[in-house]
Design a protein around this ligand. Sequence first.
Ligand SMILES: Cc1ncc(COP(=O)(O)O)c(C=O)c1O
Ligand SMILES: [Zn+2]
Length: 388
Amino acid sequence: MFLKHLECSSCGLQHDWSRLQNLCTSCGKPLLAIVDLSVASRTLKRDNLATREKSLWRYREVLPLPGDIEPISLGEGGTPLLRAQKFGHDIELWIKDESLNPTQSFKARGMTVAVSMAKHLGATKLAAPSAGNAGGALAAYAARAGLEAYIFMPRDTPCANIVECRELGADVTLIDGLITDCGAEIARRKTKEGWFDMSTLKEPYRVEGKKTLGYELAEQCGWQLPDVILYPTGGGTGLIGMWKAFDEMEALGWIGKKRPRMFAVQATGCAPIVRAFEMGEKSAAEFPNAHTIAAGLRVPKAIGDFLMLDILRQSNGGAVAVDDEEMMKTAREVGSKEGLFVCPEGAACFAALKSLRSAGKIVSGERVIIFNTGSGVKYVEYYKAQLD
Ligand SMILES: Cc1ncc(COP(=O)(O)O)c(C=O)c1O
Ligand SMILES: [Zn+2]
């Protein structure tokens, strides 16, 4: 076991990992897992990864589950990094295709780790608010673990996500409101109902699963991080997780000091991080009247806002908003040029690439990574509406 303790990302207070924890008991901010990297590095070597299983559990020593406990796994991670064929002709563009994960999105990465730990620490009823894909992933891993899942989603969540959660045996409640209203409903009821709150960054291990995006990327890039990363940002867990992975890998001696410029991509109808970044704020105010087809980007207020903003600035990156029409138009362009039916969130990154390129914030010859975080199939009613 290589996990030392949990540490508050804001005040630094240490918490015990061996019991179920949500937020910092002193300041209410997210807790992050601190791994004993010098002990982990005795068995986890950069050069022995290729001989290990393909799933993200190949980074076992830097993940939080004790070594003798079997993870709750559906074969997540190990997704392809594809060289773009036609898009971004004068840059070196790569697409990390996360739609090949179980339940067709990168949310599987966070949930395999978080559900494994929740079960290990004795939780039996898991609750989460979801924009759609996280709900499907929680439902799948909870079913696999023999635990109950309670999922709260906005009523207008894409139909496939709702049906998927139900078919996977979850208890689904549709709320007339946004993901923040779903989270508030769980907070109100969780003690009485005996639910463990699995909201992203309100428990410490979904971000640990998401950090494997960073480990995998480095591995697939031959341990040379790219110049730029474009990440479709809702709660920002992947962004925060990757940054943590980069620091861990530097401490392990696997990579150097160079970091990619990190760009958060949001929708014009819900861009709290873009607005806060442009205004020079350290945290982001709730975005009013949040609306966008990209359900995963419809997060008007994120608890990890201050962490994201810090990363964007430290990395010399930025934040870009894309409107829905542009997103959907770009999705079709990616489909026909690259052979990938991307989710609107992924399409937003391709649209953002165009605007960053014409603004000179990405220059010719740079190596750029786009995350296609999920499959377009989940949003089929929106894509069909474009045809009607
Ligand atoms: C397809 C997709 N992309 C991106 C996101 C945003 O992810 P994060 O919360 O890590 O910012 C989500 C979240 O629901 C999503 O479903
Ligand atoms: Zn704290």
